[in-house]
Design a protein around this ligand. Structure first.
Ligand code: ADP
Ligand code: TMP
Ligand code: MG
Ligand code: ZN
Length: 197
């Protein structure tokens, strides 16, 4: 049997990862091919049971807590599997995906490559190694307006590295603006500390 392929879409917030994932869903939908879409249940930002982009395109999806739930939900006739927000799914996802590909199922995944602290998300990094195609998206930098946004910046003071949100908490910026914003934030923190003592 012909193997399936793994396509991985990565980038910062607002870079169009979910929109691109949904454009692949449409290809299978138009081709009348069976597929299923999944998302981590932790992602309840816009909807619990739909994958939703920032401009409100959406597709019905199964919320999962563990990657092995995917096997239980599949009926055996699917030609493709779609998974959004993979950064929130455990690293075991890799074994599930390799098994699906082996069975001839195409797998399309999207998720953040980096946290706002500039740390990698391990599941995304691992899947980059196995992917047949990695699509790295960019956002428009919120600060300088250039189409060079590669990292997300958290605008509220709360260090949680896993923290569901959108425009209320995060912007996308380029490398230089990320540096400037972090330096400014450090300076402001110093001033506040000096005021305290
Ligand atoms: P992601 O899943 O990567 O966060 P989405 O596919 O959900 O991205 O949303 C992409 C859409 O977000 C764009 O088509 C655009 O309408 C909107 N958007 C808002 N802010 C930005 C930005 N700074 N750069 C690019 N697109 C943005
Ligand atoms: P998005 O890439 O589709 O915009 O969604 C990213 C989700 O990840 C969103 O709910 C915010 C969350 N997030 C974190 O939990 N930690 C982070 O460091 C960043 C950048 C986003
Ligand atoms: Mg998204
Ligand atoms: Zn910039």
């Amino acid at each position: 049997m012909k193997s399936g392929r793994l396509v991985l879409i990565v980038g910062p917030m607002y870079s169009g990862k979910t929109s691109e994932l949904l454009s692949y869903v449409e290809i299978y939908h138009l081709g009348k091919k069976n597929y299923k879409a999944f998302k981590p249940s932790i992602d309840n930002r816009y909807d619990e049971t739909f994958i939703v982009s920032h401009n409100n395109t959406r597709v019905k999806a199964y919320p999962i807590k563990e990657p092995k739930e995917i096997f239980k939900i599949l009926e055996g006739n699917e030609k493709a599997v779609f998974i959004d927000e993979i950064q929130f799914i455990s690293e075991e996802l890799k074994d599930i995906i390799l098994n699906l590909i082996d069975k001839g199922i195409d797998v399309f995944c999207s998720g953040l490559d980096l946290s706002f602290k500039n740390n990698i998300f391990p599941t995304t990094s691992i899947l980059m190694g196995y992917a047949d195609e990695v699509i790295k998206k960019k956002a428009v930098c919120h600060e300088c307006g250039e189409y060079t946004g590669t990292i997300s910046y958290k605008t509220i003071e709360n260090g949680g590295e896993i923290d569901i949100g959108g425009f209320d908490k995060y912007i996308a910026v380029c490398r230089d603006c990320y540096k400037k914003l972090n330096e400014k934030q450090k300076k402001e923190q110093k001033i506040n500390m000096n005021k305290l003592f």
